[in-house]
Design a binder for this molecule. Structure first.
Ligand SMILES: [Zn+2]
Length: 334
């Protein structure tokens, strides 16, 4: 399924110098508080795709798809045999032998039955549409909730990494955050609506086909269950893809905001990871010059993440001579 991910202009990165100033200020403040800092940047900790949130998002989407299909199934159980009865048996009936009047009457009957069938089918589509329409606002709120959770997790990982590598928390203003969350919710609302619309269309076509072929109720229900499987797989794809993309963008914003220009590619290294991404394991890239398919998380279904390259903060951590004010002799005077 193509992701309707709207390509956005790359976030306008704050200058590296202004980011480094934030780091320098955080280090100076920690020293002033008498905190012990590492003498040089430590090796970053391994970071991971937010699997737990991906699973949470997927279970919510899957739950909604199951509720919708449960409703479809109940409706079909109640109405399908009636629809089958309306299936025109014209071909089997020898109206010709009954004369012209009977033939005309037969045609009128058949037309009426097909009209009934059409009405039932459009009513079915209407019911499914309406049902999905009732579910969607809730799903959109769920997408907003997922956006907030991914953001909280991203902040936590970012802050932990900084405290590990540099020994300090580095805070930057995040005027872009509200927009990023809104974009995620908006795109996901569109994807969720699309799952519902596609499922409705496909199930309606399926019912029409089954009526035409005189398929049994159990065959139809089996086919509908397969459609539920398809909708569920699409939900899984959305969950992994969207959570990875969003997490990747937040990581890029946050790292660039504190003057980190480069990252090392880190993957999950399991069977599902693309060979091209496995080959990038540990390779350094510039945020501004990513591989052809994008930064980690950007390619469809990518669960790779960006480990910050922070070696060039070494000069900021070098112990500095202490200058004292207030007249008393310092080491520097000697
Ligand atoms: Zn990947």
């Amino acid at each position: 399924m193509p992701s309707p991910h709207v390509p956005l202009a790359a976030p306008a990165a704050p200058s590296r110098a202004s980011g480094r100033e934030l780091v320098a200020a955080a280090i100076a403040a920690a020293r002033a508080r008498g905190e012990q800092l590492p003498r040089k940047p430590r090796k970053p900790r391994r970071v991971h795709h937010p699997f737990g949130l991906e699973a949470l998002y997927f279970s919510r989407l899957r739950g909604a798809a199951r509720r919708l299909f449960g409703e479809i199934d109940r409706w079909l159980e109640a109405n399908y045999s009636g629809m089958l009865a309306n299936r025109a048996p014209v071909a089997q009936r020898s109206v010709r032998a009954e004369g012209l009047v009977a033939e005309k009457q037969g045609r009128r009957d058949a037309a009426a039955r097909f009209d009934d069938l059409d009405r039932q089918l459009s009513r079915f589509e209407e019911i499914v549409h309406r049902r999905w329409g009732r579910l969607s606002p809730d799903l959109v709120r769920q997408a907003q909730d997922i956006a907030r959770r991914v953001n909280r997790e991203n902040i936590r990982v970012f802050d932990e990494q900084n405290r590990h590598v540099l020994g300090v928390s580095v805070e930057a203003a995040e005027p872009w955050l509200a927009d990023e969350e809104a974009i995620f919710a908006h795109e996901n609302a569109a994807l969720i609506r699309d799952i519902g619309a596609t499922a409705t269309r496909r199930v309606a076509a399926l019912v029409t086909d089954c009526v035409r072929n005189g398929s049994s109720t159990s065959d139809l229900r089996k086919a509908v269950q397969e459609e539920l499987g398809i909708a569920t797989r699409r939900a899984a794809l959305i969950a992994v893809d969207q959570v990875g993309k969003f997490n990747g963008r937040l990581t890029q914003r946050r790292q660039q905001a504190i003057g980190i220009t480069n990252y090392r590619w880190r993957g999950v290294l399991d069977q599902r990871e693309r060979p091209a991404h496995v080959a990038r394991e540990g390779v350094e890239f510039a945020w501004d010059d990513p591989p052809s398919d994008g930064n980690p998380g950007e390619p469809i279904r990518c669960r790779c993440v960006a480990e910050p390259v922070m070696e060039d903060f070494a000069d900021l951590l070098e112990p500095r001579p202490t200058f004292r004010t207030g007249g008393s002799a310092s080491q520097q005077d000697v």
